[in-house]
Design a protein around this ligand. Structure first.
Ligand code: B4P
Length: 192
């Protein structure tokens, strides 16, 4: 099994590159953002709580996200591997993932981090917000809060994988297909 954590700030291209990676390497796509938005759309009480959190640009509690991740892995335990998109976003989530995957006789193979500077992130998210209707992409102060949350709570996850020699950085600015070529070169280095 090859398990990839795709990492980076909001708007760095995690979802965009994940779509291309799953097609080429036949991995199962686990996007916690997508799972949470699906719950939000369901209109459940849990969905309403999630909506308030996401729309303010904060992180949903670890336990809630972890429960969704475990259910997804369990349901797809025969997959070739997973691409974890938007997860883990806290060190606690990373520690939990390292304890959970051995139950399925597997582990994280690589964390690939997309490197994009802040002005470009804001530009991309605002232009997605103009067409997608995503509330968290339409307001500059919410976008700035998401980037702050990334700096304070998510960046430490990088060190977690650096210490395990499972970290690689890829330049995330430019043509989407050119970025994908760099992503593939990195993945294939770690697949060997
Ligand atoms: P996510 O759904 O993970 O949202 P994101 O970080 O904004 O998405 P992504 O980074 O994948 O977007 P992409 O660049 O592909 O999370 C949303 C919210 O859910 C979080 O704020 C949080 O509240 C909650 N959540 C999710 N996971 C959680 C967790 N583990 N724990 C707690 N809470 C969690 O796309 C951005 C735009 O850029 C697109 O329009 C795209 O077309 C464009 N783009 C991409 N690549 C480009 C390029 N090279 N050039 C130009 N534009 C590009």
């Amino acid at each position: 099994m090859f398990n990839l954590v795709i990492f980076g700030p909001p708007g760095s291209g995690k979802g965009t590159q994940s779509d291309k990676i799953i097609e080429k390497y036949q991995l199962k796509h686990l996007s916690t953002g997508d799972l949470l938005r699906a719950e939000k759309r369901s209109g459940s009480e849990l969905g309403k709580d999630i909506q308030r959190i996401i729309d303010n640009g904060e992180l949903v509690p670890d336990a809630m996200v972890q429960q969704m991740v475990k259910a997804f892995v369990e349901k797809n335990k025969d997959a070739n591997g997973f691409i974890f998109d938007g997860f883990p976003r806290t060190v606690q989530q990373a520690q939990w993932l390292d304890q959970m995957l051995p139950d399925f006789n597997t582990s994280v193979s690589l964390m690939l981090s997309l490197d994009v500077e802040e002005d470009e992130l804001k530009k991309r998210l605002l232009s997605r917000g103009a067409v997608s209707g995503r509330a968290d992409d339409q307001n500059v102060s919410i976008i700035e809060n998401r980037i702050q949350v990334y700096h304070h709570q998510t960046i430490p996850v990088m060190d977690f994988y650096k210490k395990q020699m499972k970290y690689a950085k890829v330049e995330g600015v430019g043509d989407i297909d050119d970025i994908f070529k760099r992503v593939c070169l990195t993945i294939e280095k770690y697949m060997k």
